[in-house]
Design a protein. Structure first.
Length: 372
């Protein structure tokens, strides 16, 4: 243990010499040079020479540094359906970046190669270069994603997002939603437009993720009430969150706390990372995912989507009232937007979809929050 601590300390101190290290925000000094991080709801108390649970934040002499500022592990120009965002600029692309580390303990993590490992080197991408790459690849938005951006790329995103807005781009987060209200307010202030938030299960999920799901619900509601477009994703995992009572509870809370027009993505799980070591099944059946979709629709959610099942009809968007096809999808890459304004062309029902009309570039924005 002592050798491991010393190795991590040396790596961390070396990273402090790179542009990937910056003085963090949202922390306070406690006794004996211990610092408390207040970016996420873990509120890690970090002694000198140690990193917090996420691995991205390091106490150097009583000051908290982030070691993943612009420290990019993954970058790609992704279609919005991959986020997934199905009701927010559905046929456009976002330049998507991730770093290293996470503040959850999910044994089924789909991005474990970067989320379960801490930064050891600096792979720096400056905010201005980020914007240049967006222009180069034809991106119209940013996305902070892959591993948990609220703890690894938080300060970086606060610098990138205003630059993106200045150039007419939109900003998105794909997140577990476990940030503090202080952090959430800063994201909104600096230009966050949309967030896809994982609701991983019900009350028993804490033993799997090591976190309180109620704090995630609070973040989702706060974002939507403050004008941020919100979509919810639940990875349907057999024996963990696939029982009807849990799925119905999630669907009902989305309707009651976020609004019936909030999209819910129910996605198929495949065993990754340590899932099999925890005796979890290798995959979710298509029937189980379709059951979740039906539960969402029966509860009254207007937009429920199936994910991780290629070319499934429920990938597409239909009118909540008359079931007219509005957006046709072919996996995550093929998208045909069949509407030209924010109402159903068949019955006139108002649509909670934000999109850009290709003929003249006019943007139609989805409805404001409708929370009962």
């Amino acid at each position: 243990m002592k050798e491991r601590f010393e190795r991590i300390r040396k790596i961390s101190e070396k990273l402090l010499e790179t542009p990937c290290a910056r003085l963090a925000i949202l922390w306070e000094e406690l006794d004996n040079n211990i610092v408390q991080c207040n970016v996420c709801e873990r509120h890690c108390k970090i002694p000198p020479g140690y990193r917090g649970m996420c691995g991205a934040r390091y106490n150097h002499g009583g000051e908290l540094y982030v070691l993943t500022y612009g420290n990019i592990s993954s970058i790609s120009n992704n279609p919005m359906a991959k986020k997934p965002f199905n009701n927010f600029f559905p046929d456009e692309y976002a330049l998507t970046v991730g770093s290293w580390g996470c503040n959850f303990t999910c044994p089924w993590c789909q991005n474990w190669e970067i989320s379960k490992y801490w930064a050891t080197k600096c792979h720096y991408l400056s905010p201005s270069r980020f914007i240049e790459l967006m222009r180069k690849y034809g991106s119209t938005g940013t996305s902070f994603s892959f591993n948990e951006p609220s703890v690894t790329l938080f300060e970086y995103s606060l610098d990138v997002m205003p630059l993106a807005k200045k150039h007419g781009f939109f900003n998105t987060y794909v997140t577990n939603g476990y940030m503090t209200l202080e952090a959430t307010k800063l994201l909104i202030k600096h230009g966050l437009d949309a967030a896809n938030i994982d609701i991983k299960g019900c009350s028993n999920i804490s033993k799997w993720i090591g976190a309180d799901v109620e704090k995630v619900w609070r973040t989702a509601q706060f974002l939507k009430l403050n004008g941020v477009h919100v979509e919810i994703t639940t990875l349907i995992i057999p024996t963990v969150n696939d029982d009807e009572k849990c799925l119905k509870s999630i669907a009902k809370r989305i309707k009651d706390e976020l609004g019936a027009d909030t999209p819910w993505h129910v996605t198929r799980y495949y065993a990754e990372y340590k899932a099999l070591e925890f005796n979890l099944p290798p995959a979710t059946s298509i029937e189980t995912v379709e059951k979740a979709w039906k539960i969402g629709k029966d509860v009254g959610l207007e937009y429920v989507y199936v994910g991780n099942i290629m070319n499934h009809p429920y990938e597409s968007t239909y009118c909540p009232k008359c079931n007219t096809l509005l957006i046709r999808r072919y996996g995550i890459w093929g998208v045909d937007v069949l509407i030209t304004e924010n109402k159903c062309p068949n019955c006139g029902y108002p649509l909670a979809i934000t999109f850009r009309r290709k003929s003249d570039g006019k943007i139609f924005r989805g409805n404001p929050a409708k929370i009962s």
